[in-house]
Structure formats: C-alpha cells, structure tokens
Ligand binder design. Sequence first.
Ligand code: UT7
Length: 322
Amino acid sequence: MSLRSIIAGAGGYLPERVVTNDELARTVDTSDDWIRERTGIRQRHFAGPHETAAFMGTAAARAALTHAKAEPSDVDAVILATSTPDQAFPATAIRVMAALGMQRGFGFDLAAACAGFIYALSVADGMIRAGQAKGVLVIGSEVYSRILNWQDRGTCVLFGDGAGAVFLRASDGSDTDQGILSTHLHAQGSLGDILYVDGAVGQRDRPGHLVMNGREVFRHAVTRLAEAVDEALNANGLARRDIDWLVPHQANRRIIDGMGRKLGLAADRVVITVDRHANTSAASVPLALSEACQDGRIKRGDLVLLEALGGGLAWGSALVRM
Ligand code: UT7
C-alpha cells in the first residue's frame, strides 16, 4: 500500500496591528485608490516587536493541530518556510518545536521566498511517502515589515506579516482518496535579480531590503503559474472543470483573477485574502487555505489547487484532495 499525506488540519495567525492604505499614505507617497486599483489590497497586518516568525509560526501550528484534533506529541517533523527567520540559527522551526513543548522529532527552515510553503509541502509529502515521518507540521511564517524599504513606494505598500500552517498525517490510502495528489516545483535563477533582498546576516552591515521589478515579476507570474496549473492537472489526468477551489499566492488581485478566469472557476471558488492580508509571502497560501477550511468553505473531498511564485524566481503547485 503506498503512503499518502492528508491535510488533517490548518491554522493561521495574524498580528494584532492592522494598517490601512490610508494610514500608510500618511508617510508614503501613495493613495488608497492606487493600491486598491493596482493590487486589490485594502489593509495589511504588521507585527509588533514580540511577533516574530517563530512566535507567529507557533500560534499557527497550534491552530492547525487543534483543527486536526492532534497534539504536539503526534508531530515527527516541523518544516518552516520563511525568508525572515528569528535568527540565522537555530532554525525557526526548532524554536517552534521548543515552544510547542516537543520532546522528539526534527525540524528545519526552508527558503524559497513566496513559493516557500509549496516547496515545504512538497518536501514534507516526500518524507511521508518515504515513511520517514507520519505527522508533519508545515508552516509559512513571515515578517516582511522588517525588510521593507519605506522609501520605495513600489514595494512597501504590497506586503504584510502573518503565519499559516497545516498538519499532515500519513495515510496508507486504503480507505480514502484524500491526500496530496502531486506537487511540482520549479526555479529559474537567471531571473534572480527581478525580486530579491539586497543583504543577509552573512553580509557585513547589510541586513537587506526587498527589491522588486514589479512589472517583470507580474509578467512571469502570469505565464509560469498558468503552465504550473496545466502541469498539475496533466500529471493527474484531471481537467480544469474538476477543480473545486483555487488557493493561490496572494500577491495581486489582478493575477489571481486572471488565473481564476483561465480555470473557468466562478469568483467565489477562488480564495482571496490579499485584500485584508496583502502579500505575506510564504504565509499567504496556508493563511488562505486555513481561512477557507476553518470557515467551512473547503470541505472534505474537494479538489484544491495551491500555487505560488516569488523570488528566485521559484514557483510551484500542489493538487490536494481534502
Ligand atoms: O510575491 C511575489 C510575487 N510578486 C508579484 O507577483 C508582484 C507582481 N507585480 C505587481 O503586482 C505589480 O507590478 C505592482 C503592483 C507591483 C505594480 O503595478 P503596475 O501596474 O505594474 O505599476 P508600475 O510599477 O508599472 O507603476 C505604474 C505607476 C508608476 O508611475 P508612472 O511612472 O507611470 O508615472 C509608478 O511610479 O505607478 C506609480 N507607483 C505608485 N503610485 C502610487 C508605483 N507604486 C506606487 C504607489 N502609489 N505605491
């Protein structure tokens, strides 16, 4: 019997502080109209000093475990996708393990920018299929407010902070068709300079700020994500009409709407959080997924397509029977 990974629960965490477009426009040369029209963003959450990637990741992980009716003792591994870790090391994932009171298992961070959660989900799924772990927490947690350049209005209005998590449980597939059907990962390093952070802890006196050529990223996102959707469907012998829900990376409403139209999905079958969360990078897909699972929109048996693209460029998709 071949092993499969089931999404047993999903949870999220958003910082307490909400910042509207109008509030940003008091200090940045921008307007609510411009931000809404070009991106669909109305507001974002910004982390307070205590709301680090580990703090928010732990809260999201707890919510996912509660949703799955699981305990920290059921977790064999924690994989945490972030570009804004608390420290260079220990891994933020291991800080989360400690905060959850885990006495065993292993954990590590994974960096694939906005595609980080899809990458982490793929790695976790591979470990479960290989029999290396039976219960895996997959987390995306980001504090982009700490790496934004407030002098660059083309980027600082686009991002927010938050964390999302899922708890994956191994199933032998004998009694259900549930589970992650496939994941598909891609990267093209020659496009690394259209979206990057110009520093890191390994660079003297340069913690780094986010830099983006928005138009170029937009252009590649539309093409690559459309290809990724077809790749996922073809790999499973499924058609666009089979998809019940699209849970896309939440960077820009225009990109999301375009993808929904391509799939022929009614607007209410596409999960949208970008209006309230802005772009939370690796946290955006699990935050959107957890919202739609927790409020009952996504139900057991639904076919859900997850996709994301970001710095690297790195992108990917996952097709999941819930
Ligand atoms: O998560 C990773 C993936 N990221 C993405 O997918 C992001 C993809 N890119 C985008 O979402 C869009 O390209 C942006 C939202 C970043 C920008 O939208 P755009 O329609 O491509 O605008 P633009 O960069 O071409 O700028 C248009 C105009 C410029 O003025 P001029 O040169 O036409 O006079 C900008 O200076 O808008 C101006 N502008 C702004 N105006 C007010 C740029 N940022 C702002 C701003 N407020 N915040």
